[in-house]
Design a protein around this ligand. Structure first.
Ligand SMILES: NC(=O)c1ccc[n+]([C@@H]2O[C@H](COP(=O)([O-])OP(=O)(O)OC[C@H]3O[C@@H](n4cnc5c(N)ncnc54)[C@H](OP(=O)(O)O)[C@@H]3O)[C@@H](O)[C@H]2O)c1
Length: 351
């Protein structure tokens, strides 16, 4: 099952809105085939694993176990149902980590296999299996994307200096953040950061595509600025409370900023409806605080540089403190990159 997880992650950023899934076919302790869901609309992991089995090994399939990180699907959408393949090829045993949260599949895939006389084992390494499909679970349970807050701070706990673009973490961290952009469906920032930093919000330092760009601009300050900035290929959603008075670049879509107390929740529903399952928030302090206060976060990736910010008295007055981590933040892991340390926190799940 660990190998299934490993394989599935090779497609990070390419399968959305579908989940990451890996599969391995084993006969008498020997791996006959393995595969993973590589791209949205493409073959599922079970099919890829089956196709990878050598012609001379196909005869072993009725005596083999299929390990798969997610319950096999039983619906025909972009591709045929995997339960049909498993029944047709007469696999002996299927071992699953977790059930599919898709309401049309959940539990039905397992039932179909069992009623065909196939032995099914579920719940293997279930915690890791659940983690892998967190974006899909959150979509079905909470109608919003998986929300990852990224924040870089100085050794003395500041995110930047007001009104100035200041690099905090180093070149390798920047590359890593671009990888995270590639693995996300969308990247979001606030008008404050967009005005001061002029960020492109694209993936340029890792292979693969760039996410959709989302700008939160309640007061409508960005419509005038956007046409003067370089326009990346990735589409941009601009949320502001009034329609722009000037024509926007063709890649930018204006959407009304919801005028209500739970505006961010509403915005997240809008993103979920647009098939955005993983959202990377690279906001300034105000945006991060709003997401934290609304409880709209699943993971925080906090990078801390080795050096402190601000050396003059006037700079010290303009420092932007890093928002406090919420009490539900559970530390998961740390790693170092050049002079930076990254700490990963996840939201404590209710017991
Ligand atoms: N170290 C880091 O990781 C990092 C990352 C990003 C930025 N920064 C730094 O942070 C600074 C900018 O910080 P900031 O706090 O001014 O910018 P910000 O958080 O990116 O943007 C704040 C602005 O977003 C708009 N907004 C729209 N919806 C909002 C909501 N629901 N909650 C909060 N704000 C909302 C507000 O302006 P309107 O009401 O006018 O729309 C607000 O003024 C820059 O200096 C930048 O360099 C650091």
């Amino acid at each position: 099952m660990r190998r299934c997880f490993e394989l599935s992650r090779l497609a990070a950023g390419s399968t959305s809105p579908n989940p990451l899934v890996g599969a391995v076919i084993v006969h008498q302790g020997r791996i006959l085939g393995e595969g993973w869901h590589k791209k949205y609309g493409g073959a599922h992991a079970e099919v890829e694993a089956f196709r990878s089995v050598a012609a001379e090994d196909r005869r072993h399939i009725p005596e083999s176990t299929l390990y798969v990180s997610l319950e096999p699907c039983c619906i025909h959408r972009n591709t045929p149902a995997c339960t049909d393949l498993i029944r047709r090829e007469r696999f002996k045993r299927v071992v699953i980590s977790v059930r599919d949260p898709h309401p049309e599949v959940s539990g039905r895939g397992i039932e179909i296999l069992k009623s065909a006389g196939i032995e099914v084992v579920e719940g293997v390494l279930a915690e890791e299996g659940r983690e892998l499909i967190a974006p899909q679970r959150i979509y079905y349970e909470e109608n919003r994307p998986y929300i990852l807050l990224k924040c870089a701070q100085s050794a003395n706990g500041f995110m930047g200096i007001r009104g100035r673009r200041v690099p905090i973490t180093g070149a390798l961290s920047q590359r890593l953040v671009h990888r995270w952009r590639k693995e996300s469906d969308a990247i979001l920032t606030g008008s404050g950061t967009f005005i001061v930093d002029n960020p492109l919000l694209t993936n340029r330092l890792w292979f693969g595509e760039s996410p959709v760009r989302i700008l939160l601009d309640r007061r409508g300050r960005l419509a005038q600025i956007l046409p003067k900035r370089p326009q990346p290929h990735s589409p941009t959603l601009l949320f502001s409370s009034r329609p722009p008075a000037v024509p926007l670049p063709s890649s930018v879509e204006w959407l009304p900023y919801p005028e209500e107390p739970h505006a961010l929740q509403k915005l997240m529903q809008e993103l979920a409806a647009r098939n955005i399952r993983r959202l990377l928030v690279e906001g300034g302090a105000e945006i991060l605080r709003s997401f934290l206060q609304a409880g709209l976060w699943d993971e925080i990736r906090l990078g801390t540089a080795a050096s402190s910010l601000a050396h003059t008295a006037s700079e010290k007055e303009l420092l932007i403190p890093t928002p406090q981590l919420p009490p539900e933040a559970r530390w998961e892991q740390s790693f170092s990159l050049e002079n930076d340390r990254w700490d990963i926190y996840k939201r404590k799940l209710p017991v």
